[in-house]
Design a binder for this molecule. Structure first.
Ligand code: FE
Ligand code: ZN
Ligand code: FE
Length: 180
């Protein structure tokens, strides 16, 4: 059934996010396993726990609304995750692979941020204040995860490029050629 009111569109979008979160819960362990950097592994592991909480928040909202979750495939998230795992699986160099995991994970976070910003706005408009607060909480967490990834990228991208990161650069610049 196609949504015919903002309320119905709200529920449809919540369902889409709920399925997206479930997909992420399934995908993250594989990303953690593929990661080499301990910091990256840890950030992804923490976000896996956070993601489970986010799914629970959505269940809470459905319960308050008296709606059942539908679990329709979020094809957008499915595509983002599939592209990420295909790419990561093909990369042999550990630093480059970590950089690719970050690239993929940040796409995931931004996709989620778009979705949560929308439903948070709908919730406020519909007078669902408690839900709006829960959704804002999740939105903040997604932003935080994205920022953590950005800061990890500072180091990891530099390593992937074959150079020491900014902070590790010796004061006298020596050309560091990598030994394969
Ligand atoms: Fe999430
Ligand atoms: Zn979707
Ligand atoms: Fe997330």
């Amino acid at each position: 059934m196609k949504p015919n009111s903002l309320q119905e569109l709200y529920v449809e979008q919540l369902n889409d996010l709920y399925d997206a979160e479930q997909q992420i819960v399934k995908a993250l362990p594989k990303m953690i396993e593929a990661a080499t950097s301990e910091d990256l592994k840890q950030a992804l592991t923490e976000h896996l726990e956070v993601t489970k909480t986010q799914a629970t928040r959505l269940e809470q909202i459905f319960e308050t609304l008296g709606e059942k979750t539908k679990r329709e495939k979020c094809k957008g998230m499915q595509g983002v995750l599939a592209e990420g795992s295909e790419l990561v699986g093909e990369i042999k160099n550990a630093d480059v692979r970590d950089a690719a995991i970050i690239a993929s994970a940040q796409r995931v976070e931004h996709y989620e941020m778009a979705g949560y910003g929308t439903v948070r706005t709908y919730a406020t408009l519909l007078g669902e204040d408690e839900a709006a607060e829960l959704l804002q909480q999740t939105l903040d967490e997604e932003k935080e995860a994205d920022q953590t990834l950005t800061s990890l990228a500072g180091q990891i991208n530099a390593e992937a490029e074959g150079q020491p990161a900014e902070s590790e650069k010796p004061s006298t610049r020596t050309k560091s050629k990598r030994v394969a």
